[in-house]
Design a protein around this ligand. Structure first.
Ligand code: ZN
Length: 593
């Protein structure tokens, strides 16, 4: 009994002697039901009511995910254990009110059964916590530090997170206690709980921990060596790595979901067989991408992206810089670390370039609009998206490449985009300790590239023009030719579902659209013959200009017939030829040094 009493006094001293008035407790009594139990203990409250909120989104993933949908009953108690009133006041807010004293404990369960890098999950094999979907917050206390106690299920022996452990914490249970500086910090550190394999490596003066959930064809030795190369190559862009510790949480699964960046950690969701051949290069590219984000977006950032507003969408027109520049650097990092040859790098960039310029949406949606509307367009695509939207990742990476080349040309091979990124980092992150506005970013570009940036913005950032690639690349010894040609095209793509041939997409102004065919129509026959996806795909690839195709199709159980008159469609396309004496071109050598 005395032992217990001493233990409780010790806990009390530990928690309250450090002025921590916010404490979260996370437990998982029955992982098989996929519910986390969360307790939030708030002490030293100055008011007799406050609002408790669940974020609607996870930073880095620009979609309102409405995490409150996973919360059941919220209960609250005062320091004597009496029930405190709770009333839900909007979709993600609970009002806690009418209590006496200055301490309240809130308890709720969160359903977690969506395994992705931005959502949370729990089953008998492991738990993954993406904080913004699990931990609620009080607006007025968001900037305050606190503690997080994690009580893992008895079958889970390992906890991995970038949060620092509270060194004075002692518990007779298997629980562990972590410190956070503020709410942003808490939810920026995802947590893996289970029996994951751990390994570590030192690179660029940073100790890296890697947690592997799920089996896969990886070799720890190989990963240590290659991830070290990627980290060193990424750090070399800035010449300095701001972290002391960095954590990779890797989910090896069937359905790979990509990655999500954090300040000193990342979560990667990859196919478990990704660790060989070309797939392995893709994995290293993902590592480079998410690692580069520790600078670009987590530190160098638009003012809207941190500190975050968790209560609504955080709109910015600069995702093309955050994701586009990062997508350019993921390839540069692979090249500089020796995983891409010059040809691999150029082929990869030109494949992106042709994808961008060949997308119909590139002529409709400027890259700044694509950034701003990510919440309602990129993250909520529909059957018409390919006609009206473009990827700010891909077009942003092409713009990064153009800007890099323009800087190299202007400074005659003495400065590059690396210098621009370094300047942004030191001016805004280090000195001003904040993000930049859209206009400030533009002014920085103007500073390095001059007045011409105004027209560049009008044409390519807020406009949808195709850049003059021939002119851009010529001084670097690359001969870029336009090779797009009008080709006979039906303008529909098909899918096969339960033996039926279904229209998957229709190109705007195509001959299929003219003939009245829509997405989801079932194509039954063509020129009097029953068809399937395979036979139609072959036929559509061999049609000639002006050819008439009789189509029998079904829509909502009604049968229709129509005639497609094949017209021509010209998809913009470019190819590059390297000049023979390219190695004498000092601009090219500086670019791909
Ligand atoms: Zn990214």
């Amino acid at each position: 009994m005395i032992k217990h009493l001493l233990f409780i006094i010790f806990l009390f001293v530990v928690i309250f002697s450090f002025g921590q008035n916010i404490k979260y407790k996370l437990s998982m009594n029955q992982p098989q039901n996929h519910y986390y139990q969360v307790e939030i203990e708030l002490s030293d409250l100055k008011k007799s009511e406050f609002n408790l909120k669940m974020p609607i989104w996870a930073p880095g993933s620009y979609l309102a995910r409405e995490f409150a949908k996973n919360v059941n009953l919220v209960k609250a108690f005062d320091s004597k254990g009496n029930i405190v009133k709770v009333k839900k006041t909007n979709k993600n807010t609970w009002k806690i009110y009418g209590f006496k004293g200055n301490r309240v404990v809130i308890k709720y369960d969160v359903y977690a059964f969506e395994l992705s890098v931005r959502t949370s999950f729990l089953d008998l094999t492991h738990g993954f916590v993406s904080g913004s979907g699990v931990f609620m917050y009080v607006e007025e206390l968001k900037n305050k530090p606190g503690l997080l106690e994690i009580i893992p299920h008895k079958s889970f022996k390992v906890i991995t997170t970038a949060l620092n452990e509270e060194i004075f914490w002692k518990s007779e249970f298997s629980s562990r206690c972590y410190k956070f500086n503020n709410y942003d910090h808490l939810v920026d550190c995802p947590i893996e709980i289970g029996n994951q394999l751990l390994f570590s490596f030192d690179a660029s003066g940073v100790n890296h921990t890697v947690a592997m959930y799920g089996f896969g064809n990886y070799s720890v030795d190989k990963l240590q060596k290659d991830m070290t190369n990627i980290v060193e190559s990424a750090t070399a862009v800035f010449g300095y790595n701001p972290n002391k510790e960095y954590t990779f949480i890797i989910h090896n699964v069937v359905n790979a979901q990509g990655g999500l960046e954090h300040k000193n950690s990342t979560v990667l969701s990859v196919n478990r067989w990704t660790y060989e051949g070309e797939q392995y290069i893709k994995f290293l590219k993902l590592v480079a991408h998410e690692y580069f984000h520790l600078w670009n977006v987590k530190r160098i950032r638009p003012i809207e992206l941190g500190p975050f507003n968790y209560d609504q969408e955080n709109f910015t027109s600069l995702l093309w810089v955050m994701e586009g520049f990062t997508s350019y650097y993921e390839k540069l990092i692979l090249y500089r670390a020796g995983y891409y040859s010059q040809i691999d790098f150029l082929n990869s960039m030109f494949s992106t370039l042709n994808y961008v310029e060949g997308s119909l949406g590139s002529r409709v949606q400027p890259v700044s609009h694509a950034s701003f509307d990510a919440w309602i367009k990129a993250y909520r695509p529909n059957e018409n998206s390919h006609n009206t939207t473009m990827s700010y990742y891909s077009r942003g990476s092409i713009i990064a490449m153009i800007l890099d080349i323009q800087i190299i040309k202007k400074y005659n091979g003495k400065r590059s985009l690396d210098n621009f990124m370094q300047d942004l980092y030191s001016k805004y992150y280090i000195k001003k300790k904040r993000g930049f506005s859209e206009n400030e970013f533009k002014q920085e570009l103007k500073k390095i590239l001059g007045e011409s940036i105004e027209q560049f913005y009008t044409d390519y950032i807020d406009g949808t023009k195709i850049p003059n690639y021939t002119e851009i690349f010529f001084p670097l010894g690359l001969n870029v030719k336009y090779i797009g040609k009008p080709k006979p095209s039906v303008g529909m793509t098909l899918s096969s579902s339960q033996g039926k041939t279904i229209v998957k997409s229709i190109r705007n102004n195509s001959s299929s659209e003219q003939a009245g065919i829509s997405v989801n129509d079932e194509i039954i026959g063509c020129n009097g013959i029953r068809v399937n996806k395979k036979s139609l795909d072959i036929y559509f690839n061999t049609v000639e200009l002006g050819e008439e195709i009789d189509i029998l199709f079904a829509r909502d159980e009604q049968i229709f017939s129509t005639t497609i008159i094949v017209d021509a469609y010209e998809k913009p396309e470019f190819k590059y030829i390297i000049e023979d004496n390219i190695n004498n071109n000092h601009l090219f050598n500086y670019w791909l040094k």
